[in-house]
Every structure is written in C-alpha cells, then in structure tokens.
Unconditional design. Sequence first.
Length: 330
Amino acid sequence: MGAMSQRHLTILTGASRGMGLAMAQQLLAAGHDLLCIARHTNDALAAEAKQAGRQCEQWPHDLARADGAATRLDTWLQARDQRELASVTLINNAGLIPRIAPLDDIPVDQLKDAMRVDLEAPLLLTSAFLRATAAWKVPRKVLNISSGLGRRAMAAQAAYCAAKAGMDHFTRCVALEQAALPNGARIVSLAPGVIDTDMQVQLRGADAALFPDRGNFVGLKEKGALASPEEAAARARLPAAPRLRQQSGGGRARLRRERSRWLIGQENAEDAKVTQRTQRRHSKWFSLRPLRHLCALCVLLASSPARLHRRKRAERAEETFKRVFSASSA
Ligand SMILES: NC(=O)c1ccc[n+]([C@@H]2O[C@H](COP(=O)([O-])OP(=O)(O)OC[C@H]3O[C@@H](n4cnc5c(N)ncnc54)[C@H](OP(=O)(O)O)[C@@H]3O)[C@@H](O)[C@H]2O)c1
C-alpha cells in the first residue's frame, strides 16, 4: 500500500452548521475526506475542501426519512476500495429538538421527526455502515453525538431525552457485538456539553411557562459558559485521540477522566473483551462438565430435606389461611 492508503474517510451528518460544521472543518484540516449528510449543503465547506485538496461530497437529505439515506450509504460504501483508505468513521451528529413543551403539547409530526432524526437515523446509518464495511481490514469507528439529556431527565424535553438515551443504549449494545468480532468497529456515544449553536438559541427562546429549565440555559449564556462549536468539535474528536497507554502520567489521568465523563460504549466493548477472555480461559482449563454435573447433583441432594420441610410448612400455612378465610366470610 502506498500514499493512497493514507486517506481517512469520515461520514458526518449535520455538517451544514453548528458543531457538525466545525467538526467538518477540523477533519478537512486533519486530512480527512468527507461525505456529509444534512438537509442543506454548505458552499463554504465545499470551497474549503477544494482548497485543502480533499474530497467533500454533500448529500442534501432529510434524515427524518433516513431509510433512503441508509440504503444509499450502503451502496456508496460498497463501491469504495478499502485499500485506498487508512480508516473509515461514521459520525452521527445531526439532531433536533421539537417544540419545547410538555409531551401532550407537542404536535405529533414534530414528535415523530425528533425520534426519527435523533434516534432512528443514527441507528439505520450505523447499521448500513457496519454492514457495508464488515469485511474491511482498516480501523472502523462510529461516534454518536448524544447529550447530557440522554442521561438526565428534563421536563419539556421528553422526546429529545428519550431519543438520546436510546442512542446511548444502542451504542452499548453494538459495542458488545463489535467487541466479539476480529476487526470489530469501535463505537462510542458522547455528550459534548453545552455549545453556542442554534440549538441553544431555541432553548433560550422557549416559553418559560412551559419550560422550567429555560432560566438555566439563559444563565449559561450570560455567564459565558457555553463552548464554541470549534471547542466542542475539538473535544468531540477525543475518541480518535491517542490511546491511554500512549499518554504519560498526568496526561493519562486527565484523558481517563475526560473519557469517563464523555463516552459511553467503549467500557462495554472493554468489558466484553474481558468476558470473552475469561470464557476462553474457562473453556480451556475448566471444561470438566461431568464434574460440574456431579457437584450440581450433590447440591440438589443436600438441599432436598430443606425443600421438603419448606413445602410442608407452605401446605400448613395454606390450610390455616383457608380455615381463617372461610370462618371470616361465614
Ligand atoms: N448545542 C448544544 O448545546 C448541544 C448539547 C448537547 C448535545 N448536542 C448535540 O450535538 C449535535 C449538534 O448540535 P448543534 O448544537 O450543532 O445543532 P444545530 O446547530 O442545530 O445543527 C444541527 C445540525 O443537524 C442537522 N439536521 C437537523 N435536522 C435535520 C434533518 N431533519 N435531516 C438532516 N439533518 C438535520 C442540521 O442541518 P440542516 O438544517 O441543514 O438539515 C444541522 O447541520 C446534535 O446531535 C445535538 O443534539 C448539542
């Protein structure tokens, strides 16, 4: 493999603005080729890619209808030659908040779109990505952009909270699945913190009578506590940062703290690997099935008198209950 193998490919949803746009710009600067999916394309991003000599394809697509995008992604990936790539990554970043109000006060169409864009689309795109690249030998990664609200409940945010919690949990499941494969993908779900984007404008602009936490979001803006999209994008790319063991001393401790605060999924993959190692060790050294059966039989025999005693006691209690019941109802 020559110079062609140095191309990193990233598929990124919601790169038309906000944190997605900042991530796209940083990825271009780091030498990634991009495939971006959002309802709108971004001409400035296309110009930046051209100037940097990177490929940047932009598909205008409404992710509330994600099945079409997933099928198209599957076909598109299958037409790639993995030998030209150093890595392939999917970042599910596109997201939306429906009308900010109690659940029974949100139009059904908005609820459906929020669940589709925030949960169904990431799930379908992840499925298509994993299927199309299953036989690839290059590192494969999925980064799901979740939210603190996926881990903490908030009134007037039921659909968004539920979708992000669903995203976190499917990430955990897929991390377990992929850990069992020879070249399984690394998948994590990350809560990027509060970011100064259109989404925060929407939260601050909500009706205070319907949204008890509105004041907190106003306060965060006034205190200057929001991260810029660029800062948040840089932190979101942390999963691609050097592995823990390549860091030294304080750096490693800081990275570990950051990861545990931000990431979901990787710990499941690591747990799954430990479980598999333990199972392998057990099947190698402790596959003494007849001995296990003998032990089980001994336990059963030893517990028989106790069981008999418990059954008799239960029968006596039942008789007493019947007696008392028939006496009181008489
Ligand atoms: N901002 C925060 O404080 C915050 C906090 C925690 C988590 N997050 C998460 O971070 C991610 C990025 O948020 P952000 O603040 O950058 O949001 P944003 O500025 O509102 O941008 C949202 C992005 O998602 C795309 N998108 C929205 N609806 C779409 C649809 N139906 N189909 C396709 N694309 C759609 C938008 O593109 P088009 O409009 O062109 O379609 C846009 O590129 C989201 O997943 C959000 O939940 C944000």
